[in-house]
Design a binder for this molecule. Structure first.
Ligand SMILES: [Zn+2]
Length: 332
């Protein structure tokens, strides 16, 4: 337990916190670009937890909540290691876009794992991140939100293995929606799950909630979830808390029936069971006529809603969760 742990450019001994990066592509100035990382290695042995933020550059909830969490993690008392990756996709984050606008061929970093060392620029970033993480990660949490076009409320997609279900449950009582996600999805959670480890993707927030106290509230919610995970795995002191039971099922994207302006129904509640046929929103044309409505296709929950009003026919308006079962056995 005395030897150094190496991740990217960071060499960290027990009881240390270090800053550095995972080298990726070469810039036009000939310098190596990096994915910035902060590694906090506890004095005591324990699991290695990766917090991966801003895979999508328009989702700053991951970075902000990671910064908050780092304030609360002390290497002196920590058991295990936290590898914090606030911004995985630096080019996308700088542009405030989902993907890096300089890479038009492999735009979405969350679809190209494990990447390729000689592929498109975004595939090279995936490859560098994956190779830095795959052998030194026990628990992986990828942070996502609705970004610039939507709001997403407390949804976990957990790779369909017991390790990932346990990690999802460890996020705490505010996360009762845990939908299994098939492995092989081209994203880091799925890839880590394929190795028999724990990988989850947590969705919370959206650009419509980035102002002052709203952003603070969402980031604290996520920060508290990471700390709950760390309590569950005995990385920090304290008792973890959990949901009593979890809803499981699959997501269904509800698409706009017409082009125009999307307006969600004022009384729709997130994360609450709704009955089939509940009206979720309307689409108006530019003359003020309602040209389509979106309804709950079955009994289920709304966990995501469009927050950008302009919409084209066929674009998504609502992420709807079809709940197939309620379980109480995600914890071993
Ligand atoms: Zn995302």
């Amino acid at each position: 337990m005395s030897s150094k742990l190496t991740i990217g450019t960071v060499n960290v001994a027990p009881g240390e916190k270090a800053y550095g990066g995972i080298e990726t592509n070469t810039s036009v100035f000939g310098e190596k670009e990096i994915i910035p990382i902060i590694v906090v290695r506890g004095k005591k042995d324990g699991p290695i937890l990766w917090l991966n933020g801003a895979t999508h550059g328009d989702e700053p909830e991951g970075p902000y909540s990671i910064f908050m969490a780092l304030d609360d993690i002390d290497p002196e008392s920590l058991a295990g290691t936290v590898v914090a990756v606030p911004v995985m996709n630096v080019g996308a984050f700088a542009a405030g876009n989902r993907g890096n606008p300089l890479d038009t061929f492999a735009y979405d970093l969350n679809r190209v794992y494990p990447g390729s060392p000689d592929g498109y620029p975004t595939e090279r970033i995936a490859d560098a991140h994956w190779n830095a993480m795959k052998d030194v990660c026990d628990l992986q949490i990828a942070l996502h939100s609705g970004g610039e076009h939507s709001y997403l409320a407390h949804m976990i997609f957990a790779t369909d293995n017991p390790q990932s279900m346990e990690l999802a449950a460890a996020m705490g009582p505010q996360w009762p929606l845990v939908f299994p996600s098939p492995s092989g999805g081209g994203n880091p959670s799925s890839m880590i799950g394929n190795l028999g480890k724990a990988g989850i993707t947590a969705e919370l927030g959206g650009n419509c909630r980035l102002l002052t106290s709203d952003f603070d509230e969402i980031a604290k919610d996520l920060r508290d979830s990471y700390l709950n995970v760390m309590r569950h795995y005995d990385m920090i002191e304290g008792e973890a808390t959990y949901a009593d039971e979890w809803m499981q099922g699959y997501q269904q994207a509800l698409l706009a029936p017409a082009s125009g302006m999307w307006v969600g129904s004022p009384d729709v509640k997130f994360e609450t069971m709704l009955s089939k046929g509940t009206e979720l929103g309307k689409v108006y044309n530019v003359y003020g006529n309602v040209t389509g409505t979106v309804q709950a296709p079955q009994d289920g929950v709304v966990f995501g809603l469009r927050s950008r009003a302009s919409v084209l026919e066929g674009e998504w308006c609502c992420f709807f969760g079809i709940v197939e079962r309620t379980v109480d056995n995600l914890l071993p």
